[in-house]
Design a protein around this ligand. Structure first.
Ligand code: ATP
Length: 314
């Protein structure tokens, strides 16, 4: 379990992380989501004792990182896959890590097998593709068989096969009862990977819920309706207290968009008032819209490029 309480980090005038409080429970993948510059890496670095908080605390299994007696046996992390020594083989790299942390050499072959690198264990890690480097990073994180794992943007730059592999691997680690925190700026990716979602923007907590709750709460459900008696239908619906908008995008003729109702309720209301319906369709806001709506005001890089940053991300 990871417990973050009032965590704050200021770099001069930059408030990278501001009073963050959330808990990462074991047994499920928790997505840590936010646009670029939201403060995800800074938060993870503070959890791992690599950055000192301005205030607040981050506990791993009830202790700060610095108080852990056997850090590698308690928490594993994948922050930057390319930090391995370029002239070392994958096995030599892991053996060096194991030796400096009092971990048995036999564990090295175990983790190489776990991440599917057993066949290339003797090859220079410097020549590894990004996907293989990520696997080696994972092997390093798993050396101490830790109950807590942190991954910072692990699928960045990977091909679809690599993404699928990492996603399944994280889910497997969680199903073994481990605490898995994985950061991403991709809501669509997190929706397929995580069960629990902590969303931040500009260093502040925006949402802490299940992925489904986040989607349900933030993406607006509407019903689109067409009728030859549109004015009559509008007054019936507004008299029931519903919010009704014109649908300007309709090619087939005028249509209404009704907020906060269901196709059943609207169909009944139309029927009991003798109104003919030509179309009655439930519409769900997309995940992308939900994320934009919630973090839109919190995107750090306004102005030029924001379309690219967000559009490319989602
Ligand atoms: N060492 C530092 N010195 C000054 N400012 C920093 C430092 N590290 C991070 N920041 C600033 O803190 C903010 C949060 O950065 P951080 O890297 O944690 O965000 P992030 O959500 O991980 O984004 P990304 O996905 O782009 O890495 C940004 O404004 C960043 O410029």
């Amino acid at each position: 379990m990871i417990e973050v309480k009032g965590l704050t980090k200021h770099y001069g005038p930059t408030k990278a992380v501001e009073d963050l409080t959330f808990t990462v429970p074991p047994g499920q993948v928790t997505g840590f989501l936010g646009p670029n510059g939201a403060g995800k890496s800074t938060t993870m670095r503070m959890i791992l004792g690599l950055d000192r908080p301005t205030s607040g605390t981050a506990l791993i299994q009830g202790q700060t990182y610095h108080d852990l007696k056997n850090p590698l046996r308690t928490v594993g992390a994948l922050l930057d896959a390319k930090w391995v020594h370029p002239n070392r083989s994958a096995r030599a790299h892991l053996e060096w890590m194991a030796a400096s942390n009092g971990i048995a050499k036999s564990r090295v072959d175990e983790v190489l097998r776990l991440v599917g690198l057993a066949d290339v264990a003797g090859k220079n890690a410097g020549g590894f593709s990004l996907g293989m480097s990520q696997r080696l990073g994972l092997a390093g994180a798993l050396l101490g068989d830790p109950p807590v794992l942190l991954f910072d943007e692990p699928v960045n730059g990977l091909d679809p096969e690599g993404i699928l592999w990492i996603r399944r691997f994280m889910q497997r680690l969680a199903s073994e009862g481990r605490t898995v925190l994985v950061s991403s700026h991709l809501l669509s990716e997190m929706a397929q990977t995580a069960e629990h979602l902590v969303v931040i923007g500009r260093g502040k907590l925006i949402s802490d819920s299940t992925v489904q709750q986040f989607i349900d709460r933030s993406s607006e459900s509407t019903v689109r309706v067409r009728s030859p008696q549109l004015d009559q239908l509008r007054s019936v619906l507004t008299s029931q207290g519903l919010t009704v908008r014109e649908d300007g995008t309709a090619l087939e003729g005028p249509a209404l968009v009704v907020v906060g109702s269901t196709t059943d309720a609207i169909g009944q209301a139309a029927g009991s008032n003798g109104i003919t319906l030509l179309e009655l369709a439930a519409q769900r806001g997309s995940l992308e819209e939900a994320f934009m709506k919630l973090t839109g005001g919190d995107v750090q890089y306004h102005g030029e490029g924001v379309e690219e940053v967000m559009g490319g991300a989602l």
